[in-house]
Design a protein around this ligand. Structure first.
Ligand SMILES: Cc1cc2nc3c(=O)[nH]c(=O)nc-3n(C[C@H](O)[C@H](O)[C@H](O)COP(=O)(O)OP(=O)(O)OC[C@H]3O[C@@H](n4cnc5c(N)ncnc54)[C@H](O)[C@@H]3O)c2cc1C
Length: 88
């Protein structure tokens, strides 16, 4: 299985250079709701939650993640069946 990079403070600073810090949740800022969805009992906390508002932000975020070998899990309303959970 591919080993993805564990996120560090430097990644937070890098992402916050192109996405407003108040739309990024980091560590203790991530509440329980992001650790599960509506249909599965699985629980898994992401390292970071980024609330994007444009295709350009998605593009820059994915480019950063790809460059640094960071796993990304898209999430909508979290009402699906366990596939919007981060796999750390
Ligand atoms: C009470 C209840 C009733 C339901 N009834 C139905 C029903 O009748 N019919 C039905 O089809 N479903 C139903 N569902 C399931 C669910 O609502 C649907 O599957 C819904 O489409 C999931 O959307 P979401 O935004 O919540 O997705 P999420 O749970 O957030 O994500 C689901 C999957 O889509 C991926 N994803 C989310 N956003 C994106 C994106 N922007 N780009 C790429 N991938 C993305 C996630 O990574 C994950 O793999 C029900 C769920 C509940 C809780």
């Amino acid at each position: 299985m591919t080993a993805y990079k564990k996120l560090e403070e430097t990644d937070l600073q890098a992402v916050a250079s192109f996405i407003a810090r108040d739309r990024i949740l980091w560590n203790q800022e991530i509440n329980e709701e992001y650790s599960h969805d509506e249909l599965s009992s699985e629980q898994s906390y992401p390292d970071m939650v980024v609330r994007v508002t444009s295709a350009e932000e998605v593009s820059r975020l994915m480019a950063y993640a790809n460059q640094h070998h960071i796993a990304v899990t898209p999430r909508g309303a979290g009402t699906g069946a366990g596939r919007c959970l981060s796999r750390s």
